[in-house]
Design a binder for this molecule. Structure first.
Ligand SMILES: *Cc1c(COP(=O)(O)O)cnc(C)c1O
Length: 359
């Protein structure tokens, strides 16, 4: 079977060597030695000025929405993983859906201003598949209307935009280290924030609000990552260059083998140093896409309908807005298998099946 993604696992003895450090320390959580070391390594690797790693990639989004959303309306994209929308609703804010740009698949920045009302507090946009939103225009709109910007950058480990880590854009940016993501700690994630005051509030928020054992700075939740998760991160980390080059090889092969007259992929925004995180293909119609999905599955290849359905169609959403492009693209997009050791012959087989079905 060829799955859509495969978790990169380090050699078991390298993982157990990291885990045994936690045993020696007799210390399993509350920002121990392994968590601090992983943060410091990732900070250097990503070229960021700050990082706070957490227990998954959803908690930092919820904390960001809690701190910046103020119970108001949050302008967001319908084309993302459900955690983007659910975090808004979970924190008692109202998602206001704006359509996507059909070329980059990120929120259409030209449609944001029309969605702003007196209740709008934030923009929460996703750099979907690691493709950056138009961060310059979004930043200008936010400044003009006094809004905060949160980026769900769950897919963006290693992505740079105009030479800078994509995590440095927006008021708060988040990442996921879930087992299916490019860099993984089993479950894990991070928040990035340039503003020192806000960064402190994120820090307190992820640890019950504790400011020392007896003092509380404010309301908090438990977003702490454990030493055991950090052990996985420390064991995976030395392989990042290998992971990226393996993924790049497969992406290059798809790019040169697929026929872009019969299907489309996303266009990367100019200035992007991408991380080869997903390979979406957009077919002409939903029925062609379904026919292709069936043919791939019959051959033991499992693509995924990332991201379907559009998030504004979920049953707890009251105001779906008008997002025909997201609805259309979500209905006919498919992500092809992509992981570090996806072999050349497997890629060949996938491309052959695609060309047979689409000819
Ligand atoms: C994976 C993902 C998340 C959630 O991350 P977890 O680590 O699984 O909690 C959020 N947003 C997007 C776009 C994702 O793909």
């Amino acid at each position: 079977m060829i799955p859509v993604t495969k978790t990169f696992l380090p050699p078991l003895e390298e993982y157990t060597a990291q885990v045994s450090r936690a045993f020696q320390n007799e210390w399993l959580t509350n920002r121990g030695e392994l968590v601090l070391e992983l943060e410091s390594k990732l900070k250097t690797y990503l070229g960021v000025s700050n990082i706070l790693i957490m227990n998954n990639g959803t908690i930092p989004i919820q904390i960001a929405v809690k701190l910046l959303g103020g119970g108001g309306e949050i302008i967001t994209t319908p084309f993302s993983y459900v955690a983007t929308t659910s975090s808004i609703v979970w924190e008692n804010c109202t998602p206001v859906f704006v359509d996507i740009d059909p070329v980059h698949l990120t929120i259409d920045e030209t449609k944001i201003e029309a969605a702003i009302t007196s209740r709008t507090t934030c923009i929460l946009a996703t750099h979907v598949y690691g493709n950056p939103c138009n961060v310059e225009v979004i930043g200008d709109i936010a400044k003009r209307h006094n809004l905060k910007v949160i980026y769900d950058a769950a897919h963006c480990f290693g992505v740079k935009y105009k030479g800078r880590s994509i995590f440095e854009y927006g008021d708060i940016s988040t990442c996921s280290f879930h087992a299916t993501k490019v860099f993984q700690t089993g479950e894990g994630g991070a928040a990035f924030c340039e503003d020192e005051e806000l960064r402190k509030r994120i820090f307190y928020s992820h640890n019950f609000g504790h400011n020392g054992p007896l003092d509380f700075h404010g309301l908090g939740i438990n977003g702490k990552i454990s030493e055991l998760q950090a052990a996985m991160g420390l064991a995976v980390y030395p392989y990042m260059d290998k992971i990226f080059s393996g993924r790049k090889r497969a992406v290059d092969q798809y790019n040169s083998s697929l026929d872009f007259k019969v299907l489309q992929t996303m266009a990367l925004r100019d200035g992007t140093d991408w991380n080869f995180s997903y390979y979406p293909i957009i077919l002409d119609t939903e029925s062609i896409m379904l026919r292709l999905e069936t043919a791939l599955k019959e051959n033991g290849i499992v693509p995924r309908r990332y991201f379907y359905p559009a998030l504004n169609t979920i049953n707890y959403i009251q105001q779906a807005g008008n997002t025909p492009i997201a609805a259309d693209i979500a209905s006919r997009i498919l992500c092809l298998p992509l992981y570090a050791d996806l072999g050349e012959s497997d890629c060949d087989r996938i491309c052959d099946i695609i060309s047979k079905i689409l000819q």
